[in-house]
Design a protein around this ligand. Structure first.
Ligand SMILES: Nc1ncnc2c1ncn2[C@@H]1O[C@H](COP(=O)(O)OP(=O)(O)OP(=O)(O)O)[C@@H](O)[C@H]1O
Ligand code: SF4
Ligand SMILES: [Mg+2]
Length: 318
């Protein structure tokens, strides 16, 4: 439909954590674009910088952030604290892994949900009506009754549904979900992923789904960005990446973590490098079976092939 409408554009994003004696370069020069209706997966192993990226997009990251984050035509880097507070929820929102920590344990679900509306100028009665409707939308039975529940009276899956309701309440342009199902039972995971997928469609939302699991990405996303050691090493359409992964790291992720089988397979050998002192040249070279001399010396430049971006010296050869 509106596939070409750009919702978010990230340019040369860098996020560094200053640790005194060293600097962790958790996100180190990343570019990507999110279009209307996209569900964009960011996939990579633990420590590759995914959460840092997600948090920095909504200006909640404690690290030093530079670059451009343009959402709905506005560069978030240029907004004041007050402006960004307004922007959050109304234009861009985030869902975290652990639903309990995102809810206030001493406030009823209904009050927390209504607050999203009242803070943004809605009357109490309107906030109530919208909240009940939202709870129904996210699949919570007996919504009116549930408005009176405290978080501890809800299961993990139900809590995550409430969080999702809060995240979409004001019809934002972009929702970031950071491992939204990792803390849940497997059967509940699938339901929550399905909910996100359906909401992305029916609300015309754009979603960024952060996950370490290729299977989860394949379940609901249409585009995918593979992240390694602070870099986006491959970006493209999900189907095209699955049928023809070009970056050696993408290939490695796919053979080591195929859908539904991750428990049975051995992890990728080696580990993500120390991001305060990453390897020179291509950061993946110590683990790459295709590494040549040039890979150890020169950082690969992004190569654009149709809709694909690949960061590798040897694209086309391997
Ligand atoms: N607040 C922080 N202060 C200092 N370093 C941090 C902070 N948050 C993350 N890091 C470091 O930044 C790097 C990237 O971490 P990040 O949490 O973004 O990775 P991730 O891909 O989300 O990993 P995971 O899959 O385990 O959640 C790691 O080296 C991590 O130790
Ligand atoms: S640039 Fe070299 S080391 Fe890096 S992924 Fe490509 S082939 Fe492997
Ligand atoms: Mg993380």
């Amino acid at each position: 439909m509106h596939q070409n409408n750009v919702v978010a554009e990230v340019k040369n994003l860098k996020v560094y954590y200053d640790m005194g004696d060293r600097t962790i370069r958790a996100v180190d020069g990343i570019d990507f674009t999110i279009r209307e209706g996209d569900c964009f997966a960011i996939v990579g192993e633990s420590g590759s910088g995914k959460s840092t990226l997600g948090l920095s997009l909504i200006r909640l990251c404690p690290g030093k952030v530079s670059g451009e984050i343009i959402v709905d035509g506005v560069d978030l880097m240029k907004l004041s604290d007050e402006e960004i507070r307004k922007f959050r929820c109304s234009k861009i929102s985030i869902i975290f892994q652990e639903p309990s920590s995102a809810l206030n344990p001493v406030m009823k679900i209904g009050e927390q949900l209504m607050e999203v509306f009242t803070v943004h100028g809605y009357s109490k009665s309107e906030a109530y009506e919208r909240s009940v409707k939202l709870l129904k939308t996210v699949g919570i039975p007996e919504a009116e009754k549930r408005m009176q529940s405290y978080p501890h009276q809800l299961s993990g899956g139900m809590k995550q549904r409430v969080i999702i309701a809060m995240a979409i309440a004001l019809n934002p342009r972009l929702v970031i979900a950071d491992e939204p199902t990792s803390a849940l039972d497997v059967t509940i995971q699938a339901q929550i992923l399905n909910l996100l997928k359906n909401l992305t469609k029916s609300y015309g939302l754009s979603t960024i789904l952060i996950t370490h699991d290729m299977g989860v990405a394949a379940e609901i996303c249409n585009r995918i960005g593979i992240m390694y050691a602070g870099k986006m090493v491959e970006v493209g359409e999900l189907e095209s990446i699955f049928s023809n992964p070009m970056h050696p790291y993408t290939r490695a992720l796919m053979t080591c973590i195929p859908r539904g089988l991750k428990g049975l397979l051995k992890p990728l050998p080696g580990h993500v490098p120390d991001l305060s002192n990453p390897p020179e040249g291509c950061r993946f070279h110590p683990r790459c079976p295709y590494a040549k001399d040039v890979c150890k010396k020169e950082e690969p430049k992004p190569l654009h092939l149709d809709d694909r971006l690949v960061l590798c010296h040897r694209v086309g050869e391997i």
